[in-house]
Design a protein around this ligand. Sequence first.
Ligand code: GLA
Length: 392
Amino acid sequence: MNQALQRGSEYFSSQFGGAPDGLWSAPGRVNLIGEHTDYNEGFAFPLAIDKRTTVAARAREDRLLRVASSAFPGVVEANLDALTPDALTGWAAYPLGVAWAMSRAAAGDGGASSGARLTGMDLALTSNVPAGAGLSSSAAVECAVAVALNDLWGLGLDRQELARIGQLAENKVVGAPTGIMDQSASLLGEPDHGILLDCQNLLTESVALGFAAAGAGLLVIDTRTSHSHADGGYASRRRSCEDGARAMGVGSLRALGPEDLPRAADLLDEKTYRRVRHIITENQRVLDTVAALRGSGAAAIGPFLNASHVSMRDDFEISTPELDLAVASAQELGAIGARMTGGGFGGAAIALVRNDDAGRVAGGIARSFARAGYTAPAIFPVTASGGARRDL
Ligand code: GLA
C-alpha cells in the first residue's frame, strides 16, 4: 500500500473505527490551455496532475452519510432521505452534494423513489491537492467521492455522467456556476496525456503531451492569493459571454469563429466585445496547441500559452498582478511558455520549462515576488497523471 493509501486508511479508522470497504482517489488538474471556454461549449485542454484526493469508504446498513476530512475538524452527518442542496454548507457540501446529485441520477433524475435502494456510507477524505490554488481540489473531492459511490452503490454510471454529477453538485450545492472541465480532467486524465474536451458534445480525446521528449516539464506557480468562483467575478464573466452570444444571435459563443469578430465589434459594447474575443480566440488557441503538439512537439506551443495569458489579462480581465508577474518572470527567464491557469482572480500560473532550466526559473520567480513585496509563491513541478480510480 503506498503512503497516501495508508494515510487514507488510517484516517478512516481514526474517524469511524475498523477498516474501509475500499479506497478510491481522484486528481486535481491544471488546464494547459482553453480558459472559460467550457461553459461556452468550446474547447479546453486540461491534464490531471500527480496530486490526489483519496476517499476511504464503507457502506452502512442504514441511510446515514457520515463524512470526515483530515483538513477540517469533526464529522458531518446527513440522512440520505433529507439531502437537499440548500441544507449543505461548508466543505461537506462537496462530498454530500455529490451524494445528493448521485441519488437523483440513481432514481432517474429525482423521482419520488429517489435512490431508495441506496445505503448510507462512511467517507473519510485525505488529500495532497493544494486547496485554493486553482488546481481543482474541489473537483478532486467530487470525483473521488463520485467513483466511490458509483462502485459501492453499484450504479454503473460512465465517466461523462460522473463528470456531470460533480458539476451539478458544484453548481447547485456549492453555488459556483462552473463548467465541466475540472471534473472531466479529474475523471479522464491519463499519464503523459492532456484531454482535449469539446464541451459542445462532451467528446474527449487523449493527446500525448510529449513533454519528456522535449526535455521539458510543467511548473506550477501558486501565488497563494485566493479565489472563489462562488463570488462575483466568475459569474459576471459568464453572464457577459451569454449576453454576447444572445446579441450575436447564437446559442453559445462556440458557434462563432475569428471571421465573426468584425461583426461582433460592430454589434457589442466594447467590454462585451473583449470578453467575446477572448473566447473566440482561446478556442482557436486550443486547437492550435493540439496541432502543434502533434506536429512539431511541445517546444512549439509556447506562443499559444503566452497569447492565452495576454487575452485573459487584457480581454477577459481575470488575471492579477501576482499572476502577471509569475508569467512575465517565467517568460523572461526562458520558459517555453507561461500563462495563468484556472478560473482566475488568484490561484496559480503554469510555465512549461526545459528540465535544465527548472531550478533557475523557479528561483528567479521567487526572487521577483520577494522584490515586489508579494507573498512567497509555492513553486512545484506537476506531471500528467491518471484519472479517478479505485486504488484498493
Ligand atoms: C474553473 C471552473 C471551470 C472553468 C475554469 C476556467 O476552474 O471550475 O469550469 O470554467 O474555471 O476555464
